[in-house]
Design a protein around this ligand. Structure first.
Ligand code: ADP
Ligand code: ZN
Length: 720
C-alpha cells in the first residue's frame, strides 16, 4: 500500500504530493486525511495523507515514519476544499490546509498543543477493607457519584488518598477536558416574530435542503439575529448542523451569550481570542459531533461540521471576510461552495448589503428578503449632520455645540451615549480646516495620500503625484491641517467637559488583555457607565437598549481614504454606528460631525436611504470600471531594493500586457499603501477585467517566473 503525502516544505516548487510506502504496522491506522511524519531528503517533515492506493511508483519509495494524530485532521470535504482554494487563490495547497486547520493539527514541525486532562478517582468496592476515619470520609464522597476529581479527595487528605490508591480501593482515571466553556447564566427567550421576520423565516425554510443564497437586508435593529436563531432551531430539529459567521469585531460576548442561552451545550466558538489549546478543543468538539452549531469569524468557514443545514454570514458586507494574507480567500465564496456541497441555504445578512451582493440580487442570483422595520422601536433614529467648519470658527474643535448639548440631556436623563472616533490604520490626510477641501486625484475618484518621505501627494491607482502647497488650493487660506485626534485624547477631553460622567473607552488598546472586552461590554450594559467611546468596535453588533444618542466625531476620515471602496465602507460604518441608537423602546438620535456636509454619502446615511446610495455608487463604479462591473486582480512586487522593485513591476506589467486579453485594463505601476513596510518596498498593478480566459494562466506563469527570484517576491490577489 502507498500513500500520497503533501509535505510541509516552505518552497513553492514542492507543493505537490510525494508517494511513500505504508509499513505494515501502520496499515491498520492510516487513513486519508491523516497527519504523518516522513523523510523528505534527510529531513523529517510532517505532511497530510491525501490519497491511499496500490499503484507502485517506478522509484524506490521510503516508508512513512509515523502517524501523528489518531483521527484524520482533514475529512474528504476539506481535502477537496483545499484544492478548490488553491485554484481560487493561486496559493500553495499546503498553505491552504494550513489556513483551514487550527495550529495544533497543522503539518508543521514543533507545533505541540496538548490535550488537557483531569485526574478523576473511581471506587473499586470489592477491595474495600478496614478504613481509617479520614479514609472513610474520602470514600463517603462517592455516595452519590461514581467518580470524583482527585483534587477533591486530596482536599480531605493527600496521604489518605494516596494510600487508598495504593491499596487499589481507588483507581485513577484520566478524563479529557475542554479549556473553553461558555457561562450558562444568561437567559434569552424565543420571541414572537414580527410579520417581516416571519416572512423571512418562511421564505428561507422553503429552501432547506437546497443550495440557494438569500440576501437578508434588514435595517439595524430589525431583528436579524432572532431570524437566525429560529432558522437554526428548525435546522437542528431536522438533525442537521448550523454554521454561523460573524466578523471578528462583532463576535461579542453579548452575541455568543445570546446563542448559548438559546442553545445551551450545543455551540462551539472559533475566534482569535482563543489560545491554541482552546481552539484545538473547540475543533474537537466539532469533529466528535458534540456540538451542532459553530459560531466564528472568517476562518470558521472551514469548521469541519458535517451535515450542514444552514450557513449564515452576518454583516455580509464586512471586509473582514476577505483574508489579506495567503491564501487570500473570501469566506463568502467558500460559504457558497459549502452550501453547494451540503445542499443547504446560505443566508447573507446585513443592514447595508455590499454592492456586490445587491448587484447579484438584481441579476436574480440571490433571493432578496427585506426587513424595513425595527422589531421594537417605532422608528429609526433621527440623524443630523453637523457642519464642523462652522464649529471650528467658534473654537469647538472636537465636540460640536449640538453634540455637547445632546450629551448633557442624556446624562441628565440617565440614558447612555456612544461616541465613535475611527482612527485606526489610516495614513495622514491633509485637509483644509477652512473649507474642507481634500486633495483628490484628477484621474480617479479617490483622494490622494500624503507621503512624508518625499513630501508628496500620490494616487495609489494611477501613480499621479503632486506637491503639497502651503495654502489651500481651493480657498487659498493658510489653513491646511493634519487631522490628528485619537480615542485616548478624546477620552481625556470628554472627561474634562463632563467631569461627573462615567466614561469607558473601547479600542484595540483598551481591549488587548483577555476578558477586557467582555468586562467593558458588561459594565456598560449594566449601566455602570454613561459614555462608551471608541473606534469602530463600538459600532458593530452591540445591542444596548438604553443608548439613545450616538455621536460620530469624524465622519470624513473614512470617506477620505484613497480606495474605490471608501464610499461603500463609509456608508456601512456610519449606518451601523447610527444603528446603535434607540434600539429598544426609546427613540434614538444620531449626530454626525463633518467638514463636508454636502457629501452625498452622508446625506444618504442621514436619510436612511440605501436605495439612493446604491444607485449613486453603482453609477460611479460603472463609469470608473470598478466592481461589481469589473473584477479586479492585484499584482504586487515586493523587495528590499527600491530600484529593483520598480524595475520588476514594469517587467511584470509588460509580461501581462502581452499575455492577457486586450480588453482587460492594467493600472499602474503605483506604490502600494503603505509602499514601505518593514523596509520592504511594494509596488502594484491593478487589473480590471470582465471575461479574460488568458488571465489566470498568465498569472500562474508569472508566479512561476518569480518563485525563484531571490531579490523580489510576487504577490497575487485575484479576488481583490
Ligand atoms: P439586528 O441584528 O437586525 O440589528 P437584533 O437582532 O439585535 O437586530 O434585534 C434588535 C433588538 O430587538 C434586540 O434587542 C432583540 O432582542 C429585539 N427583537 C428582535 N426581534 C424581536 C421580536 N420579534 N420581538 C421582540 N423583540 C425582538
Ligand atoms: Zn481650503
Amino acid at each position: 500500500m502507498y500513500a500520497d503525502v503533501l509535505v510541509e516544505i516552505k518552497a513553492k516548487q514542492v507543493d505537490k504530493t510525494f508517494t511513500y510506502s505504508i509499513p505494515n504496522f501502520l496499515i491498520e491506522n492510516i487513513k486519508v486525511g491523516c497527519l504523518v511524519t516522513v523523510y523528505f531528503g534527510k529531513k523529517e517533515v510532517e505532511g497530510y495523507v491525501l490519497k491511499i492506493h496500490n499503484e507502485a511508483p517506478d522509484f524506490q519509495t521510503k516508508d512513512i515514519i509515523s502517524i501523528k494524530n489518531e483521527v484524520p485532521v482533514l475529512n474528504e470535504e476539506m481535502i477537496e476544499l483545499g484544492y478548490y482554494l488553491k485554484e481560487e487563490t493561486l496559493c500553495s495547497l499546503s498553505a491552504c490546509y494550513g489556513a483551514m486547520l487550527p495550529k495544533a493539527l497543522k503539518a508543521k514541525k514543533g507545533t505541540k498543543v496538548n490535550k488537557k486532562y483531569q485526574v478523576y478517582l473511581q471506587i473499586v468496592p470489592e477491595k474495600i477493607s478496614k478504613l481509617t476515619a479520614l479514609q472513610e470520609q474520602i470514600i463517603n464522597l462517592f455516595t452519590n457519584q461514581t467518580k470524583i476529581l482527585k483534587k477533591e479527595a486530596q482536599q480531605i487528605s493527600p496521604s489518605g488518598t494516596n494510600t487508598l490508591i495504593k491499596k487499589g480501593i481507588l483507581k485513577e482515571v484520566l478524563k479529557e477536558e475542554y479549556r473553553y466553556e461558555l457561562a450558562n447564566d444568561q437567559k434569552d427567550f424565543k420571541k414572537e416574530l414580527t410579520n417581516e421576520q416571519q416572512l423571512a423565516v418562511k421564505t428561507i425554510q422553503k429552501s432547506f435542503a437546497k443550495s440557494a443564497t438569500f440576501l437578508l437586508h434588514g435595517v439595524t435593529g430589525s431583528g436579524k439575529t432572532e431570524v437566525y436563531l429560529q432558522l437554526i432551531e428548525k435546522v437542528l430539529k431536522e438533525g442537521k448542523t448550523a454554521l454561523v459567521l460573524v466578523p471578528e469585531i462583532s463576535l461579542t460576548p453579548q452575541l455568543i451569550e445570546r446563542f448559548n442561552a438559546r442553545f445551551p451545550q450545543k455551540i462551539a466558538v472559533l475566534h482569535s481570542h482563543l489560545n491554541d489549546g482552546e481552539r484545538f478543543d473547540e475543533w474537537r468538539k466539532i469533529t466528535k459531533k458534540e456540538v451542532s452549531i459553530v459560531i466564528g469569524a472568517r476562518s470558521a468557514i472551514f469548521a469541519p461540521l458535517e451535515n450542514i443545514g444552514i450557513i449564515i454570514l452576518d454583516e455580509e458586507h464586512s471586509e473582514s471576510y476577505k483574508q489579506e494574507n495567503n491564501p487570500k480567500y473570501h469566506a463568502k465564496k467558500v460559504a457558497q461552495k459549502r452550501s453547494e456541497t451540503w445542499h443547504c441555504p446560505l443566508v447573507l445578512g446585513s443592514a447595508t448589503p455590499s454592492l456586490d451582493s445587491m448587484a447579484r440580487v438584481l441579476k436574480k442570483r440571490y433571493c432578496y428578503i427585506p426587513m424595513k422595520k425595527r422589531a421594537l422601536a417605532l422608528k429609526l433614529p433621527e440623524i443630523s449632520l453637523v457642519d464642523m467648519t462652522e464649529e471650528v470658527k467658534q473654537n469647538h474643535l472636537i465636540l460640536s455645540r449640538e453634540l455637547e448639548y445632546e450629551i448633557i440631556t442624556r446624562l441628565n436623563k440617565k440614558e447612555q451615549i456612544v461616541l465613535l472616533l475611527n482612527r485606526r490604520g489610516y495614513s495622514t490626510i491633509i485637509s483644509c480646516a477652512n473649507c474642507g477641501y481634500t486633495y483628490k486625484c484628477p484621474h480617479c475618484e479617490i483622494t490622494l495620500t500624503y507621503h512624508k518621505t518625499k513630501n508628496q501627494l500620490r494616487c495609489h491607482y494611477c501613480g499621479y503625484t503632486k506637491f503639497v502647497e502651503k495654502t489651500c488650493p481651493k480657498c487659498h487660506e493658510n489653513s491646511l491641517n493634519y487631522y490628528g485626534l485619537g480615542t485616548e485624547k478624546l477620552e481625556e477631553y470628554v472627561k474634562e467637559v463632563f467631569p461627573t460622567a462615567k466614561i469607558l473607552r473601547m479600542d484595540a488598546d483598551s481591549t488587548q488583555n483577555k476578558g477586557k472586552l467582555e468586562e467593558i461590554t458588561k459594565a456598560f450594559q449594566e449601566k455602570k457607565y454613561d459614555i462608551l467611546l471608541g473606534t469602530q468596535m463600538v459600532s458593530k453588533g452591540l445591542d444596548f437598549p438604553n443608548v439613545t444618542l450616538v455621536g460620530i466625531l469624524n465622519a470624513d476620515s473614512t470617506l477620505n481614504i484613497p480606495d474605490y471602496k471608501s464610499n461603500e465602507r463609509s456608508f456601512s460604518l456610519l449606518s451601523q454606528a447610527s444603528g446603535r441608537a434607540g434600539r429598544s423602546t426609546k427613540l434614538g438620535k444620531v449626530i454626525i460631525q463633518t467638514y463636508n456636509k454636502e457629501q452625498p454619502i452622508l446625506k444618504f446615511v442621514a436619510n436612511h436611504d440605501y436605495n439612493s446610495y446604491f444607485k449613486y455608487e453603482m453609477r460611479i463604479r460603472k463609469t470608473l470600471k470598478y466592481p461589481p462591473f469589473y473584477y479586479l486582480a492585484q499584482v504586487k512586487i515586493k523587495g528590499k531594493d527600491y530600484q529593483i522593485v520598480t524595475e520588476e513591476i514594469i517587467k511584470a506589467k509588460n509580461y501581462l500586457t502581452k499575455n492577457i486579453d486586450q480588453k482587460s485594463i492594467i493600472l499602474g505601476p503605483a506604490p502600494s499603501n503603505p509602499f514601505l513596510m518593514n523596509n520592504i518596498y511594494s509596488y502594484e498593478l491593478l487589473i480590471k477585467y470582465r471575461y479574460d480566459e488568458k488571465l489566470i494562466t498568465a498569472l500562474k506563469e508569472l508566479d512561476t517566473i518569480y518563485s525563484t527570484n531571490s531579490k523580489v517576491s510576487l504577490d497575487i490577489d485575484i479576488s481583490y
